[in-house]
Design a protein around this ligand. Structure first.
Ligand SMILES: Nc1ncnc2c1ncn2[C@@H]1O[C@H](COP(=O)(O)OP(=O)(O)O)[C@@H](O)[C@H]1O
Ligand SMILES: [Mg+2]
Length: 341
């Protein structure tokens, strides 16, 4: 892949965020001129693997930005082929790590809409912070099972190009396997349907025209704030019962729709007993949660809550949040830092 082309493509994705956030009526199944492979730069053709016949019939309503269409055909073609989706309707959110698309479900799905989270190619993903979460996690392969071949394990440790591909895959597999585990356990997460090498498919939270907003953007009445706070705490408690810490929990990763909440965004999930930084990470999650609910008038103390939950699951409280785990660009993290000083 020509990195410059791909970077340009993803910059375009960011620039077109506003433009592409709406379904354009009448845009359905138009032939896109860029579908003609002769016009696609060679670098992009290499970037997207050859489509087989069934994937080749995959066309969608969503008017994709320049190179985005190939990226989607490549990432979502398998879901189409296996009848998980029939159409891509719109992009819900583009991000540095992944973009989320609203799709119309295929016959394999028991709901009208699904959300496809499509990861950026690993070379354009921001991997700077993933090391802390990977500690104590076995790496998972494309099928969601632990990688056992010593060659694979070695390649990841060596950070060879092949190893980096496996590492990227493992990151995605963790998100999917965590959704499976937690959904089964009754945690409020989207229902997981399928995983491909670069994307996961899950229940869509929201309606046909609007996706659910993040809780961080919602102002709640006090009664509702209190009951949602209890609900979030019950979810976190249940996650600890199943030996999982979200790892990036805040009101930004909780969706709010018709009075219900849904926890999302799990690739960095942490296993409490295996990661020496797990208390730090858990405390940070709880602090961020309490920052939001305090702003909504709920009386809560992140440290107290974290300590109670943590001890009740038989874990030991170790030390303060290590500054390495705080992001200087996030105001909520700066607050944690200030409180600790
Ligand atoms: N299942 C879903 N249903 C509806 N919208 C979703 C769903 N999952 C994610 N989103 C939207 O996509 C955004 C990014 O998803 P997220 O998993 O948090 O990825 P990121 O790593 O980019 O933060 C969310 O803030 C939300 O707006
Ligand atoms: Mg997120």
């Amino acid at each position: 892949m020509n990195t410059n082309d791909a970077i340009e493509f993803f910059n375009e994705l960011d620039d077109n965020e506003q433009l592409n956030n709406h379904v354009r009526p009448g845009a359905r199944k138009e032939k896109h001129p860029l579908r003609n492979p002769k016009k696609v730069p060679l670098s992009v053709q290499k970037f997207v693997q050859a489509q087989d016949d069934s994937k080749g019939s995959f066309k969608f309503t969503y008017k994709a930005a320049r190179f985005e269409e190939w990226w989607l055909l490549d990432s979502l073609g398998g879901f189409y082929e296996h009848k998980w989706i029939t159409d891509v309707l719109r992009r819900v959110k583009g991000g540095k790590e992944a973009s989320v698309y609203q799709c119309r479900s295929g016959v394999e799905v028991d709901a009208p809409l699904v959300a496809a989270k499509v990861y950026r190619p690993r070379s354009l993903r921001n991997l700077k912070n993933d090391q802390q979460y990977r500690v104590g996690r076995v790496d998972l392969g494309e099928d969601g099972n632990a990688l056992v071949k010593s060659g694979d394990v070695h390649a990841i440790a060596k950070r060879s190009s092949y190893g980096e591909g496996l590492r990227h895959q493992s990151w995605i597999a963790y998100e999917f396997k965590t959704l499976e585990l937690l959904y089964e356990a009754g945690v409020d997460v989207p229902k997981p349907y399928a995983m491909e090498k670069n994307a996961i498919l899950m229940g869509f939270v929201g309606g046909i025209d609007t996706s659910a907003p993040a809780l961080s953007t919602v102002a709640l009445e006090l009664d509702e704030a209190k009951s949602l706070y209890d609900r979030v705490v019950r979810n976190i408690d249940l996650m600890l019962t199943h030996n999982r810490i979200h790892g990036d929990l805040s009101a930004y990763n909780i969706l709010y729709w018709e009075g219900d909440i849904t926890l999302i965004d799990f690739p960095q999930v942490v296993l409490p007993e295996s990661n020496p930084a797990s208390w730090n990470i858990f405390l940070r999650d709880m602090t961020r949660i309490c920052q939001y609910f305090s702003s909504q008038g709920v009386d809560c103390d992140g440290r107290k809550l974290a300590t109670e939950l943590w001890l009740s699951h038989g874990h030991k409280v170790v030390k303060e949040v290590d500054p390495r785990y705080l992001d200087a660009e996030k105001p909520e993290d700066r607050q944690v830092w200030e409180e600790q000083k």
